[in-house]
Design a protein around this ligand. Structure first.
Ligand SMILES: Cc1cc2nc3c(=O)[nH]c(=O)nc-3n(C[C@H](O)[C@H](O)[C@H](O)COP(=O)(O)OP(=O)(O)OC[C@H]3O[C@@H](n4cnc5c(N)ncnc54)[C@H](O)[C@@H]3O)c2cc1C
Length: 443
């Protein structure tokens, strides 16, 4: 195929498609509506906080092979940080209990037999719930599978909310099982947590753009595509661009890698009836401007993050300039004002961070000879609400996810909302970009 590949959308799905197309020797033009690429995984300078932040904390697992291939392709694997072992510190703030889940490296889950490594208070019988999840059928929810107990309360419920961005009563057990099959069931080697050392853009976006530029791809930011015109012969013949119609060559092909709501709008004319997910869940991220990285020790200091049970805060990340908190499936907080949420979350994370303060700092603080490390009032903060962070990973929405191919022969779809077999994740987005280019090659 000699024509150009036009990629609409500069999130990770679009960047992945553009890189894949370039690797197969195609000419590439990428159109991004916003001022910068990255979409829902981006970093930016926050003037109010006076530092650079990510729109939201993102965690990767060593099992995310497409993401690591992508990082290798753009030479950015070493921009990630993490503990290097499958460890997950947790705090239950209801009972002031702090523990670390330490998975066995291999496939045999020895860790479940060791009280020092597993979830405190869990009973082995509860593991049956995980077996039920792995065997779940299409209409089954996460709650249908889990057995009541501490394994659910202190691990599987928080994990499923993070993975699915949907409450367990509605979350698809099949999607959760898909994640488990690619991680937990393969053993700890597949579950080592990673996150960007500096920021999402520094790891996943800027090196990709540099690679695309070096390969001659054209990336046009501030270039919103507002329509797809078809020629009556089953192909897209024109993209409606801010400066006017952009006519496509006879062999040109289009990857639509925009968000689900934008895809629904753009496809309504040329492909009426095209199914696209239409329910969404929000994610709240709170960034507190406080530099604690050198002051936090123990497992939290080593991992760089911890899970939180028993409050509204769910995950806390201790970064160079900020302490950041994620609350997934956060539609239930839509009516809460940001000031009160920031105060409640700060109160919760102080209970997680205080026991992890390096002992010398704790001692000095008690004698009053050192500045207060953890103020009781929240430090300057930014509350970011991604209202449509991901599609709601319910069993009904799962049925609306389309594959890459469409009825138009030079148009394919990409994005975390397409039928990747995974919940809406970086891994799913990157895989969708690759699948889209493979589908084009076969069209
Ligand atoms: C707060 C938050 C936390 C998350 N945490 C995690 C995590 O820990 N781990 C994980 O794996 N995943 C996580 N995710 C999910 C992950 O960020 C997404 O799955 C992924 O970034 C989606 O990429 P995408 O390319 O499919 O979509 P997007 O990133 O939404 O990209 C779509 C792009 O299309 C552009 N666009 C839209 N309309 C047009 C148009 N008309 N013309 C041109 N361009 C257009 C948009 O501006 C955008 O750049 C999180 C998401 C959020 C929001």
């Amino acid at each position: 195929m000699s024509g150009c590949v036009h990629v609409v959308g500069g999130g990770l799905a679009g960047l992945s498609a553009a890189l894949e197309a370039l690797a197969t020797g195609r000419r590439v033009v990428l159109y991004e509506a916003g001022p910068a690429c990255g979409g829902r995984a981006r970093s930016y300078e926050d003037r109010q906080l006076g530092c650079r932040i990510d729109n939201g904390n993102h965690l990767l697992l060593s099992a995310n092979h497409a993401t690591f291939d992508y990082l290798d392709r753009i030479g950015a694997r070493d921009t990630l940080a993490g503990p290097g072992v499958p460890m997950f510190p947790f705090s239950d703030i209801r009972s002031d209990l702090h523990w670390t889940l330490r998975l066995s490296r291999g496939r045999i889950p020895w860790w479940v037999l060791d009280r020092a490594r597993r979830v405190p208070g869990m009973r082995l019988r509860e593991l049956l719930g995980l077996v039920r999840m792995l065997r779940a059928g299409e209409g089954t929810t996460v709650s249908d599978c889990l057995l009541p107990g501490m394994l659910a309360d202190r691990l599987m419920v928080p994990l499923s909310i993070a993975v699915l961005n949907t409450q367990p009563e509605a979350g698809s057990a099949m999607l959760m099982a898909a994640m488990m099959r690619e991680s937990l069931t393969l053993g700890g080697e597949a579950c080592v947590p990673w996150f960007p050392r500096l920021g999402l853009s520094e790891s996943l976006v800027d090196p990709a753009l540099a690679h695309l530029a070096a390969g001659g791809a054209l990336v046009r930011t501030g270039s919103r595509v507002s329509g797809l015109v078809t020629d009556g012969r089953g192909r897209v013949s024109e993209l409606v661009l801010p400066e006017g119609p952009g006519r496509l060559g006879e062999d040109d092909q289009v990857v639509l890698a925009v968000t689900a709501p934008v895809a629904a709008e753009l496809l309504a004319g040329p492909l009426p009836g095209q199914a696209v997910p239409d329910q969404f869940e929000s994610i709240l991220n709170l960034h507190y401007r406080i530099a604690l990285q050198d002051r936090i020790g123990g497992d939290l200091g080593r991992a760089g993050f911890a899970g939180i049970v028993g409050g509204i805060a769910e995950w806390v990340f201790v970064k160079a300039d900020v302490v950041s908190v994620t609350i997934s499936a956060a539609n239930h907080l839509a009516g809460r004002d940001s000031v009160s949420v920031a105060a409640q979350v700060w109160d919760e994370i102080v209970r997680v961070l205080r026991p992890a303060l390096r002992p010398s700092i704790q001692a000095k603080t008690q004698r009053g000879s050192a500045p207060v490390v953890l103020p009781s009032a929240p430090p300057p903060n930014r509350v970011l609400r991604e209202k449509r962070a991901t599609f709601a990973a319910t069993t009904a929405q799962q049925r609306l996810r389309p594959g890459s191919r469409t009825d138009l022969r030079n148009l394919v779809l990409a994005g975390d909302w397409t039928d990747t077999g995974l919940p809406a994740t970086i891994e799913g987005a990157i895989r969708s970009g690759k699948s889209a280019i493979r589908a084009l090659a076969g069209s």
